[in-house]
Design a protein. Structure first.
Length: 105
């Protein structure tokens, strides 16, 4: 039963923090430069999460060409840049990663 209280309180805390920002920005107008800066926050956070997984597999820095995650990330970056398709980027990135893992192992 204790786990349900933890889940409920965690859900409420998440909901209330998001709601507070929605209510805050619905009453106040933010400056245009701050709005442009805030649009970049999700990409920056996502990049930080992905970079850690690509460059630090198993918790150790690996910048060699034997790190198949770097090569797969480069392939996915190229596809994203050329096509602007999220689905195709994910498909190419994962297919490249799996193929390289089979090849390197």
């Amino acid at each position: 039963m204790k786990i349900w209280w933890i889940l409920l309180l965690g859900g409420m805390a998440t909901y209330l923090t998001r709601l507070s920002m929605i209510l805050l920005f619905s009453r106040w107008q933010i400056s245009p430069w701050l709005g442009r800066a805030l649009r970049l926050v999700p990409a920056a956070v996502f990049s930080a999460i992905i970079a850690q997984e690509v460059f630090l597999p198993n918790g150790q820095m690996n910048l060699s060409f034997h790190n198949e995650r770097i090569l797969a990330a480069l392939a996915a970056t190229l596809v994203a840049w050329r096509t602007k398709s999220v689905l195709l980027t994910l498909a190419v990135g994962m297919a490249t990663l799996w193929a390289l893992q089979i090849f390197f192992r």
